[in-house]
Design a protein around this ligand. Structure first.
Ligand code: ZN
Length: 160
């Protein structure tokens, strides 16, 4: 599905984030690490998180990886949205994002940057691309112990 089908401003945001992501790289130190893979498109993502000493709040989050514009732009927007949030707040954003991809409501003003991804919901085959980073984040946050070298590859094949 070509990006031409995503219109106007939203398409522009996605392409800009893809070309010049704000959050590409690895955090240091790494407290959570999760890789994700979307076999239907070939997107891969390597997500690292730094938490505060109480392990309750995301201090920093970055990603590396390769994939389509939708997968990488979604990861970049996600990192901006969850940096500084508590883990429960971040998990709520994951749920809300996945709901938006199923045709649910847009984000309110504070997180409106994420609404750039809403147009993707019209293209079922690309929803997995948009959800990949969020799926990896959920795994990273719900893993029972902090992992420095999480090696599991997560497929989001069944999440929509
Ligand atoms: Zn993709």
């Amino acid at each position: 599905m070509p990006l031409d089908n995503l219109r106007g401003l939203y398409q522009q945001v996605i392409l800009e984030r893809y070309k010049k992501p704000h959050n590409f790289g690895r955090v240091d130190p790494v407290h959570r690490h999760q890789r994700g893979h979307n076999p239907s498109c070939g997107d891969t993502i390597d997500l690292t998180l730094q938490l505060d000493p109480s392990q309750e709040r995301i201090v920093d989050i970055k990603f590396e990886g390769a994939g389509c514009a939708i997968a990488l732009a979604s990861a970049d927007l996600m990192a901006d949205a969850v940096r500084g949030r508590t883990i429960p707040e971040a998990l709520q954003l994951v749920e809300r994002f996945q709901a938006m991809m199923r045709g649910g409501e847009e984000f309110p003003r504070e997180q409106r940057a994420l609404n750039a991804m809403k147009g993707v919901a019209q293209f079922p085959v690309r929803i997995k691309c948009a959800n990949l980073a969020w799926h990896a984040l959920k795994y990273a946050l719900e893993s029972p112990e902090p992992q420095a070298n999480g090696s599991a590859v997560v497929s989001n094949e069944n999440t929509d």
